[in-house]
Structures are given as structure tokens and as C-alpha cells.
Design a protein. Structure first.
Length: 157
């Protein structure tokens, strides 16, 4: 965020939580294949237009004179496909944490007194390799699920 905003002369908007909020709503309600519900495929264009209006209005209210804004949304990746569809002239950069670091952090957090184990009990896992494989599989699935295959294809062709 710092590098981009500095080199482009853009304003920074740290964690507006729009992506997370949109994804939570859609996840809770779920897309419907048909019907008149706002989240039905026949009404998708209406919902996406509303997302566009909401996102652009929120940005304009926060930064009325700035045409270029860098948004940092670490918890908003689940909403990235919706925002990308609603504001296609925007550009998204997905920064994915190295999975080795995810695994190392989680294993470290399971140690007595670690961030995942504040009560100090000893980790009961018997096979660190199996844990590593499972956590890696879950993490990859989360990346694909949150960003969506069409959006990943835009990044990686």
C-alpha cells in the first residue's frame, strides 16, 4: 500500500471492510438460480449496480477530490469478485501470504502460551506433517474459494 500510494500519488484507504461486509451478506443469503430475490441470477445486474453505487459513493465521500485511491483490505478478499465485477475499471492486486509462513505461524501458535494456545496446554497433535498438509490444503481451498476461479484466471491467465 505504501509503495503503490507513494509511487502513484494516490490516497490510502486502510480497511474500509466493504469486501468483507459484501461477502458476509452474500454468503449468508446465498445466490439463487431463479426468482425475484435480489440475489437471484435474474436480478444479478441490479445487485451489482447497487454494489457499484455503494462502493463508488463510499470512496467519493471519503476522498472527494481524489481520482486514484489505494484500498488495503486484508479481510476483504472474499468480496473481491463482487467489487471487481461492479467496478471493472478498478484494478485488484491479490497478495497471498506464503503458505510456509501460514503453517509455521500456526505451528508456533500451538506451542504453550502461543497465540492459538493462550492457556499453555501442550499441543495434542501427533503428526506435524499431516497437520501441515491439512492446513496447506485448507489454505489453498480458501484462496480459490474467496477469490474465485474467474478472478484467479485474471491474475494468472
Amino acid at each position: 500500500m505504501q509503495l503503490l500510494s507513494g509511487s502513484l500519488g494516490a490516497r490510502k484507504w486502510a480497511e474500509p471492510r466493504i469486501g468483507r461486509m459484501l461477502a458476509a451478506f452474500v454468503d449468508r443469503e446465498g445466490w439463487r438460480p431463479s426468482g425475484e430475490h435480489l440475489l437471484s441470477e435474474s436480478q444479478r445486474h441490479v445487485f451489482i449496480a447497487g454494489v457499484r453505487g455503494f462502493v463508488t459513493s463510499a470512496a467519493a465521500a471519503r476522498f472527494p477530490q481524489d481520482p486514484l485511491i489505494i484500498v488495503k483490505e486484508p479481510a476483504g478478499s472474499a468480496g473481491a469478485p463482487l467489487i471487481s465485477e461492479a467496478v471493472p475499471e478498478s484494478r485488484l492486486i491479490a497478495v497471498v501470504r506464503d503458505l510456509r509462513d501460514v503453517v509455521a505461524s500456526s505451528l508456533d501458535g500451538k506451542q504453550p502460551g502461543g497465540w492459538q494456545n493462550p492457556d499453555g496446554t501442550r499441543w495434542q497433535g501427533s503428526d506435524p506433517l499431516a497437520f501441515t498438509e491439512q492446513l496447506t490444503r485448507v489454505s489453498v481451498n480458501n484462496i480459490v474459494e474467496r477469490l474465485g476461479q474467474p478472478l484467479l484466471d485474471r491474475f494468472y491467465g
